[in-house]
Write a protein that binds this ligand. Sequence first.
Ligand code: PEP
Ligand code: MN
Length: 361
Amino acid sequence: MAETKVRQATWLTKEKRPIVIAGPCSVETEEQVLETAKRLKVTGKSDILRGGIWKPRTRPGSFEGVGAKGLPWMIRAKEETGFPTTVEVAKAKHVELCLEFGIDILWIGARTTVNPFAVQEIADALRGVDIPVLIKNPINPDLALWKGAFERLDAVGIKELGAIHRGFSYSGEKYYRNRPQWQIPIKFMQEFPEIPMIVDPSHICGRRDILQDVGQKAMDLDFDGLMIESHIDPDNAWSDAKQQITPEVFGAMVTEMVLREDYEGEIPIQTPLENFREEIKNIDDDIIDLLSNRMKIVNDIGKYKKEKNMTIYQNKTWTKKIQRYLKIGERNGLSDEFIQKLFAAIHDESINQQNSIFKKG
Ligand code: PEP
Ligand code: MN
């Protein structure tokens, strides 16, 4: 997008910051949408109403959204509250229907941003149309892929674009549902300062208890807004029940947030050093996670060896393995000494764990 110009969004003026998008993960019934919108209105803390009509679900069989019949409910909610509406689109048909019903802003979900074919299909359906489009980051931490989606929308003439940071998928024990890896959206903002960047704490956290912290962090880092899922009866929501909050809890949460311009004294920005440290922390988490997965397999091997009356330590296979690791290490600038020590430690732990399996029973 280096040569292309994305124009400043008119739906987001500097005076309006932070812009707050709130509403249910999924549109479920007309009453639910209307009541959510009205109660959000009472809080005075939200600007735009979100609602998922078509839901990308990991496995088939669970609730996949009410479909087009939910669109008039969003429009009714708009008529009764004045909130502009935003809906997720994943294919051309969704775009057509949203335009037909008069949805104000479209957003592209994380599972769609990963797929250039799908993004291109959406872009083609929007050629010559004047509507703001928000693009969530892809589920994997790939900045180029995210930028690629902007380039596709920019190329068909969409003038008002915005980004939504919803975190990145990762394996292992989970504190976040999707790890924020703040350095990625920060890099994006540095490259494209004219594109507003909104943070979606709901999909980053996947739970209610840390929403406030993540939202505050987004404000401290000077992001342009928030997208927060809100439901009138969160525990019984048809999707993402664990992360949704009532409009009243939402209102209190946003009220409590301290904006950068309100800070007295030092503004808590993220320094480059903190950025590096966070990247290292993420990598360390991954290392521990990988080691834990490795030990699980080691334990399975231990059980197998015990069953077959085999010895734990098999010198030949180990020597062969180490030779291979030394070569890989060398290619990647890691010294022989380091590789030897690292794998000796891993190997010791593996043997200890297998020993305890042999002793059992
Ligand atoms: C959503 O906003 O409800 C959604 C499906 O989010 P994401 O695309 O971030 O997973
Ligand atoms: Mn959701």
